[in-house]
Design a protein around this ligand. Sequence first.
Ligand SMILES: Cc1cc2nc3c(=O)[nH]c(=O)nc-3n(C[C@H](O)[C@H](O)[C@H](O)COP(=O)(O)OP(=O)(O)OC[C@H]3O[C@@H](n4cnc5c(N)ncnc54)[C@H](O)[C@@H]3O)c2cc1C
Ligand SMILES: NC(=O)c1ccc[n+]([C@@H]2O[C@H](COP(=O)([O-])OP(=O)(O)OC[C@H]3O[C@@H](n4cnc5c(N)ncnc54)[C@H](O)[C@@H]3O)[C@@H](O)[C@H]2O)c1
Length: 476
Amino acid sequence: MHRRVLLEAVVADEFDVIVIGGGPAGENVVDRAVRGGLTAAIVEERLAGGECSYWACVPSKALLRPVDLAGEVARVPGLSLGEIDVAAVLARRDEAVKHFDDSGQVGWIEGVPAEFVRGHGRIDGTKTVRVTTEDGERVLTARQAVVLATGSTPVVPRVPGMAEANPWTNHEVTATASIPERLVVIGGGVVACEMAQAMHGLGARQTTVLVRGDGLLNRMEPFAGEMLAESFADAGIDVRFHAEADRIERPEPGGKVTVHLGAEPPLEADELLVATGRRAATSDLGLGTVGLPDGIVEVDDSMRATGVPGGWLYAVGDLNGRALLTHMGKYQARICGDVIAARARGDELPAMRDLADGYGAPQVIFTDPQICAVGRTERVAREAGFRVRVVDYDMGNVTGAYLLGEGYRGRARAIVDEDRKVLLGVTFVGPGAAELLHAATIAVTAEVPLDRLWHAVPSYPTVSEVWLRLLETYGL
Ligand SMILES: Cc1cc2nc3c(=O)[nH]c(=O)nc-3n(C[C@H](O)[C@H](O)[C@H](O)COP(=O)(O)OP(=O)(O)OC[C@H]3O[C@@H](n4cnc5c(N)ncnc54)[C@H](O)[C@@H]3O)c2cc1C
Ligand SMILES: NC(=O)c1ccc[n+]([C@@H]2O[C@H](COP(=O)([O-])OP(=O)(O)OC[C@H]3O[C@@H](n4cnc5c(N)ncnc54)[C@H](O)[C@@H]3O)[C@@H](O)[C@H]2O)c1
């Protein structure tokens, strides 16, 4: 009886901005909106900090760091590597995810200051959000805007026996308490590659990656996936192309799993990881109440949802499908919060628009070799109609790279717009390449003319001298 009374109690509240989803994108919207003089509430059904903090970026990089460092050490004569202490690595990962305690993040939100509401949020018509909380229901009303920042969830392909086998997704692999002896990974994208690298480096004896197509990391320049496949082969990771699971068997929950592969012999493993992409998290989000279909919420360059009368609905982060990356979601969120505050003041802020997604988001993939890129690949640039010249350089010839370790293998590619003499895209593949990326991001986004870039002198002997070599190869 008491519980029913509580459930029926509906608390109404009004804020300038209401955000549904407390991941990195949602948190940054409230921060900017409040800086702009507005009041804000953020609704989160699981943990403040989102997928990124607990089941994605943070734990995956905590697992990859020792593997990366082990690779570095192995390349330097005179250093020797003992066994990796897996228990210590997992303990550090647990620390990095704060043992799934989000009180620090909630404290940060409250310090913005913004109201944190734990519960499932759903739109219920114009500027209204209904939140199902532990204690009942709250109805929140927005004076200015509602922002959707609910992120994405893993896609599990429909293969007979797959659902019953209860495979790992990013949630289980990043939170694992032990390393499976034999692991099968389905997918050839970023999660598949990073997690195969992590599990193998931390002790999986037999790691098999099943790739539907003919290459890894298909959104990157082709040489990136080729170099990674070579490195995986050297490390003993078995990558199979044109390989598709057609049936899964797992008679005992959590027991041995058999992956059937058509005419090929079946694979037996202790665990199966599915990393076959993500879909927009719109389950029970109420999009239908404002005339939107489920799935990606399309937005304009100010992050305002297209096709919603009155322009009060916005979407940032993975949900809008522009770039499934934390830093891009946070960038979109800064724009979104500033735009909402400006529009509330009656300003339009024409300069505050998403430019970076159009140029091509920067991304680092933390495998060995590291792979990073910004801007357009050759294929994308040509398809967009640019007159393109491709400049390649073998990074192993750079003194700074050679000094990093024996047998350094790396490659750089710059895509030059021949009409404007600016860079359209840059890709680096090689150990330690990640920190080279931001210089490329500046060059591409700021459209620095090549004859000006020529005067940005890289220090000797750093890997950054690859910039000089690329420009020399171009002919400067
Ligand atoms: C294994 C893995 C590794 C990754 N590594 C990187 C990396 O190194 N670098 C990088 O840039 N990106 C990485 N990504 C991508 C990154 O995690 C996402 O781009 C990022 O988390 C998106 O942020 P978001 O705020 O849009 O969504 P999320 O982080 O998914 O947060 C959305 C939040 O909304 C909440 N929510 C959903 N629906 C509701 C609802 N109806 N009511 C209330 N709350 C709701 C969810 O509980 C969640 O907390 C990785 C992804 C994976 C899977
Ligand atoms: N370091 C990073 O920046 C980082 C790390 C991890 C994830 N992420 C982000 O998370 C997003 C999701 O990553 P992801 O790896 O899950 O997706 P993805 O889109 O990168 O890769 C999905 C892979 O699964 C394959 N696939 C799809 N359906 C399949 C099916 N039915 N059977 C077999 N294979 C199938 C695709 O061909 C592709 O190789 C990425 O877009 C990425 O931006 C980023």
